[in-house]
Design a protein around this ligand. Structure first.
Ligand SMILES: *[C@@H]1O[C@H](CO)[C@@H](O)[C@H](O)[C@H]1NC(C)=O
Ligand SMILES: *[C@@H]1O[C@H](CO)[C@@H](O)[C@H](O)[C@H]1NC(C)=O
Length: 394
């Protein structure tokens, strides 16, 4: 229902903008649709009167997305005039308000707003048009980004040829296009096993893992977002991720302090997630990578980062890693210096707790920290017990 009400809001803005437009002799572009329609429209930009205005909107089949409508409405309205209109609305009598309502309803009918599936199809068709301008290509992907958010639309994407079309864009020469394509795939796959499977079957993962290494940080960030969305709670996806050496890519990101902080946060978050999945699937052999000491040290080192969010995510990852059978307590202690790291973090958090604006967050992080400490201590005790038993036997 939230969607319906935002729809009405958009239509009201459109209605106001159309009225503003009708009252002026502005001859700018007045619709938002597929590139083909747009090209035709260039020939239709003669001055028009009140009646042809809406007729054009109608003939054109409306806007190709709500966002498009809104952008158009904003682009074509004068803020001063809009403000006046808003004041006018306040002064309207019930009868006038009713008229206005009818007017909006009429406008809604005239716009013949297409279905989401139709809108997706327009965007997908645009992508397959090799002579499409870069700007229109970006716009088509941005529209898909909004459209695939509802799960029903995401589930329709493959049927419409959308997954293949968007994956094709991952190879585009323009980095912004690649970034948007990765973003669309991630958004459609998030918490959606059906789409995860489809995207994996279309073979997008190897390319996305490569894109995570891009020097264009926006591309790398969205690619990592897509990779995470594809392999979260998805064992088949994770197996493929390891085959592509995705774990080594994560390790590089975590151990390189100069890398963009958003990318580092995403990497350590994904790692925590992968370790958790490994913990839950006790029947599966633990991957050797999880017990690699250099790798574990890079996670421990993140707890001394200046970024609180990164610290917290590193703690969550450590909490899971410590519980794996194959990670060794003594490696955490001697090679990674986990004891000292946890103690330094404790002191820093104590310091933050006395600051009003950081207190709540510091309390939360401290509770994870002390949990990590306890798990670590138990793991150490087990080793000590084993050593004693060993000593007795020998
Ligand atoms: C059209 O707009 C221009 C300036 O924006 C104004 O000078 C002119 O009088 C207007 N014409 C009509 C017919 O309203
Ligand atoms: C492809 O895009 C170009 C440029 O926007 C446009 O002129 C042409 O009509 C489009 N073709 C199709 C089949 O949509």
């Amino acid at each position: 229902m939230a969607r319906a009400s935002s729809y009405i809001l958009v239509l009201m803005v459109v209605a106001m903008a159309v009225r503003a437009e009708r009252n002026s002799n502005n001859t700018g572009r007045v619709y938002w649709s597929s590139a083909e329609d747009e090209a035709q429209a260039q020939t239709r930009t003669q001055p028009r009167d009140d009646d042809t205005e809406v007729a054009d909107l109608d003939a054109d089949g409306g806007f190709s997305s709500l966002e498009g409508m809104l952008q158009w409405a904003i682009g074509h309205s004068d803020p001063v005039q809009l403000k006046e209109k808003a004041r006018d609305v306040e002064r309207l009598s019930p009868a006038d308000l009713n008229d206005r309502r009818l007017e909006i309803k009429q406008l809604m009918d005239e716009l013949k707003t297409p279905s989401d599936a139709q809108l997706m199809q327009i965007a997908i068709d645009d992508l397959s048009n090799s002579s499409l301008s870069l700007e229109d290509r970006h716009r088509a992907l941005e529209e898909l980004l909004v459209l695939v958010e509802p799960i029903d639309n995401a589930n329709d994407l493959d049927k419409l040829g959308g997954i293949a079309a968007v994956i094709g864009e991952l190879n585009h020469g323009d980095a912004d296009t690649r970034k948007l394509a990765a973003w669309v795939l991630g958004t459609a796959s998030q918490n959606n096993p059906v789409v995860q499977k489809q995207v994996l079957e279309h073979g997008a993962l190897p390319k996305l893992v490569k894109m995570v290494k891009s020097s264009f940080v926006e591309e790398a960030t969205k690619a990592l977002f897509a990779v995470s969305a594809l392999i979260r709670n998805n064992v088949a996806g994770q197996e493929l991720f390891y085959v592509e050496d995705g774990h080594l890519v994560l390790q590089d990101i975590m151990s390189e302090a100069s890398i963009d902080i958003r990318l580092r946060r995403k990497a350590v978050f994904l790692l925590g997630d992968l370790a958790e999945c490994q913990l839950e699937n006790t029947d599966k052999d633990e991957l050797p990578f999880f017990s690699n000491r250099v790798f574990l040290k890079s996670v421990v080192d993140l707890t001394s980062s200046a970024d609180l969010d990164l610290q917290e995510k590193a703690l969550v990852a450590l909490k899971n890693l410590l519980q794996l059978r194959t990670t060794e307590a003594l490696v955490f202690k001697n090679f990674c210096g986990l004891d000292g790291a946890l103690e330094r973090l404790r002191q820093r958090l104590q310091g933050l707790m006395v600051q009003e604006d950081h207190r709540d967050y510091a309390v939360d992080v401290e509770s994870i920290r002390s949990e990590v400490q306890q798990i670590f201590n138990r793991k150490l005790e087990k080793v000590a017990t084993r050593l004693v038993v060993f000593g007795v036997i020998c």
